[in-house]
Design a protein around this ligand. Structure first.
Ligand code: PLP
Length: 395
């Protein structure tokens, strides 16, 4: 089986699993306990916090462990919104291409009377800093723009967006779930006040993540109970998972240069090979792009059919759209970059990891070309296009 769905989740690294095991067997103490076993656990917790902080250029007391990217996004946004509301500020700026963890949180706030501005992305999927500058008002309580997009892999000009927020003294949050462990990040240089990350997107276990909150940015408690996470997020810490996350993060950062070089090469070969299929187009920016992300639309086919036939060929891919979750709506990201509905339906997302090989790439290109040809041969839309009864959207 060839797994090229690493934006959905990654394999937990051997090193992470090995690091986690003792915290499920010998060292099972509660980090809040005063006895020896508790204190050993507390030390491991602090060491993991330091590792995560160092990886971002942050301080240990700026890291809050959470259950993952979705929780970090929800809590950062809701906390900022509520604190803004107290000052009479009820405007939030985000982008049209955010993950649903952000967009659905904003929907909820919009029902509570917040005004939400979604910045557009250009045809390459990039959010323009000048659009942000124009959208800021005296009522703006928060700006949240993702670091890198999970569907089309575009990397945003985060430092520039952050600098604008800094100038206007508005808290800036970024969903960096796709970026952490894959791109060099420094919260100080990037002007980031709050950042969400998730372990299972960089070789850590599922169900654990972190929220970075810069000292000086207020944060309201998001889980009530004990004093864990400096009183902001109660609940006994998931220490094995936290240790696994820190180990995976150290590992992915130490191999980042080598891995991204390899992935960029494989990615570009994959893009080139797939664009040789007639009437196909690349989604997202060719350069400002995650090293392992490929996203292509093929005219005249449905993404679901493509995924099922690729799965039969032993390839685990994604359409990157909501289709996979049972909804028939095409991807909001592809619509936001201007793909018409019928084109957005024919998308394929392939997200590579370090264990993918040249031969995987060759096999994927060959299989996709075969499957696309097969689906087109059965498609009434394709027949109309071929007979000139309809015009091609993708040349
Ligand atoms: C995966 C992902 C999330 C959600 O993270 P979980 O840990 O699965 O909750 C949020 N944002 C982006 C961009 C993602 O890729």
């Amino acid at each position: 089986m060839i797994y090229v769905d690493n934006a959905a989740t990654t394999k937990t690294s051997e090193a992470a699993i090995k690091a986690m095991l003792p915290y499920m067997s010998e060292i099972y103490g509660n980090p809040s306990s005063l006895h020896e076993m508790g204190q050993v656990a507390a030390e491991a917790l602090f060491s993991a916090r330091k590792t995560v902080a160092n990886a971002l250029g942050a301080k240990p007391n700026e890291i809050y462990f959470t259950s993952g990217g979705s929780e970090s996004d929800n809590q950062a946004i809701i906390s900022c919104a509520e604190l803004g509301e107290k000052k009479g500020k009820k405007h939030i700026i985000s982008s049209a291409i955010e993950h649903h963890a952000v967009l659905h949180t904003l929907d909820k706030l919009s029902k509570r009377g917040f005004k939400i501005t979604l910045l557009p992305a250009n045809a390459d999927g990039i959010v323009k800093p000048s659009d942000l500058e124009k959208s800021i008002t005296d009522d703006t309580a928060l700006v949240t723009v993702m670091y890198a997009n999970n569907e089309i892999g575009t990397v945003q000009p985060i430092a520039e967006l952050g600098a604008i927020c800094k100038k206007h003294k508005i808290p800036f949050h970024t969903d960096a779930v796709q970026a952490v462990g894959h791109l060099p990040i420094n919260v100080v240089n990037d002007n980031i006040d709050m950042l969400s990350l998730s372990a299972h997107k960089f070789g850590g276990p599922k169900g654990v993540g972190a929220l970075y909150v810069r000292n000086g940015v207020a944060l309201s408690p998001f889980i009530n109970g004990g004093a864990q996470e400096r009183g902001k997020r109660a609940g006994t810490e998931n220490l094995p998972a936290i240790v696994g996350m820190a180990t995976a993060l150290t590992e992915s950062i130490s191999t980042m240069d080598k891995t991204s070089k390899k992935l960029i090469k494989l990615r570009n070969e994959l893009i080139q090979g797939l664009l040789a299929i007639p009437h196909s187009v690349l989604n997202g920016d060719a350069k400002n792009r995650l090293p392992g992300n490929v996203n292509i639309c093929f005219e005249g086919i449905e993404g679901e059919g493509l995924l099922l036939l690729l799965s039969d060929a032993g390839i685990c891919a994604s359409s990157g759209s909501a289709c996979t979750s049972g909804s028939l709506d095409p991807s909001h990201v592809l619509l936001a970059i201007g793909r018409p509905h019928e084109i957005a339906h024919g998308s394929l997302r392939l997200t590579l990891a370090a264990d993918n090989t040249e031969s995987d790439v060759k096999y994927i290109i060959k299989s996709t070309a075969d499957v696309v040809a097969k689906l087109r041969a059965m498609s009434p839309v394709w027949k109309d296009l071929q007979e000139g009864k309809r015009n091609y959207v993708i040349q």
